[in-house]
Design a protein around this ligand. Sequence first.
Ligand SMILES: Cc1cc2nc3c(=O)[nH]c(=O)nc-3n(C[C@H](O)[C@H](O)[C@H](O)COP(=O)(O)OP(=O)(O)OC[C@H]3O[C@@H](n4cnc5c(N)ncnc54)[C@H](O)[C@@H]3O)c2cc1C
Length: 455
Amino acid sequence: MQNFDLIIIGAGRASNIAAKAGKLGKKVALIEKSTLGGTCPNRGCVPSKLLIGYAQKIREIKESKKHFIRAIIDDIDQEEIFKRTNEYIYSVEENYKKKLNDNVTIFKGEGSFLDNKIVKVNNTKLTAPKIIIATGTRPTKVPFENAWTSDDIFPLIKEIPDSITIVGGGFIACELANFFDAIGVETTQLVRGDTLLENEDEEISEIFKEQYCKNVNVKFNISIKNALYKNNSFEIELDNDETYKNDALLFAIGRASNADTLKLENTNIKLNEKGFIKRDEFFQTDVEGVYVVGDASGEHMLQHAAAFEMNHLFKMLFEDEKEPLKFKYMPHAVFSHPEVASVGLTEKKAKEQNIKYVTSTTSWLASAKAQALKIKYPRTKFILNPDTYEILGCHLIGYESATMIHQVLAIMHLQNDIRNLKEMLYIHPALSEALLPAAVQAVKAIHEYKESKKI
Ligand SMILES: Cc1cc2nc3c(=O)[nH]c(=O)nc-3n(C[C@H](O)[C@H](O)[C@H](O)COP(=O)(O)OP(=O)(O)OC[C@H]3O[C@@H](n4cnc5c(N)ncnc54)[C@H](O)[C@@H]3O)c2cc1C
């Protein structure tokens, strides 16, 4: 049995905890069954956003006629795009190793529990007073042989398909389908329902759908009955009996918990109904000293959420932090075309939760920089508490939405009152200035509401 101060199972974002604890002189065991760095740099956020960079440039060139420029794309070097993206992915393991130090012992293999405090990896038994489970998630299993998930395409496949079908309507599907379509792969996206990005505010997802479908061929209310891989291509049969051939088939239909790899039946750790590990507000599982953070908790499934949680857990374990992490507002973005960013409640959620709210939706076009983009759809939608002026939700669609939302986030984190966004100084006519009329309009909507209720 090997003794450590800390055992970490899963070297995704938790590698940072290992590095920091090691620096403090703690003896750390870091167990990873795949590549150090986890999903985000190897097969998630980073490579997918590197691809989006190419897609965005291509879209801008294709849409340049709005600026009275006639441009023809002569060639897209797909192989170079794939090669450059793969170069980044191949550097991840080494870069993560460099971040670690001599106090961190890396165990390559699948970690599982023998009991509440003993972890086994390969044939080695380890124990520590503190154990962190940071095992993330994996793509939901694909129903057809030879079909891919996002895990299978990073590092990027050697053979670039001429045609691809992507199943799913969530953010991963919409980011990847936008990329493949933009670089010239004939792309078909299949969606079970009639919406894209169904977790977004309805008003925003409707605008998204309208704009996105101008580029990507999406079939709604459809699923695959059968997909047979024969002679290097798929024969796809849809549930409306339509059949067609495509070189590749990729499923982006959700993520599943990795908790089933941990042999938790040997412990008192409990799972929730979705198979994710239960925890309290201090990230602690049902076993004292065993914590779960990041995607493994099934709560946010975002890299910045995982990072935020892990920083806090580190402070709780090795510094003087006594308070639980309270992040009321978890933002996210969809880096597709168009770009979407969102934080807090959607209107539907506010309704479901029976919360008193006022909404206000404003176009960005009062801003000269927004006008210069020559796109009409960008919008800001606020969901507000009319009694306190609190921003309950903010939803943006338009160029650089993920960047734009940060000024709203700052207000929400510091002193959440829409009037602060209205009173602050904006550089004229920066794109961010589009949020000024949105804030003015939002305050007006609250006053009109109060007036109508005679408050
Ligand atoms: C295509 C894609 C795009 C994404 N884009 C974004 C984005 O734009 N923005 C964003 O915020 N988030 C994005 N995400 C989500 C983001 O990648 C995750 O939220 C983040 O990686 C979670 O970090 P984590 O450390 O909790 O888990 P992970 O990074 O998944 O790390 C878990 C690690 O545990 C290992 N492991 C699992 N079980 C065991 C075991 N039993 N023993 C040993 N090791 C084990 C795994 O191999 C993995 O390395 C994206 C995800 C995908 C798939």
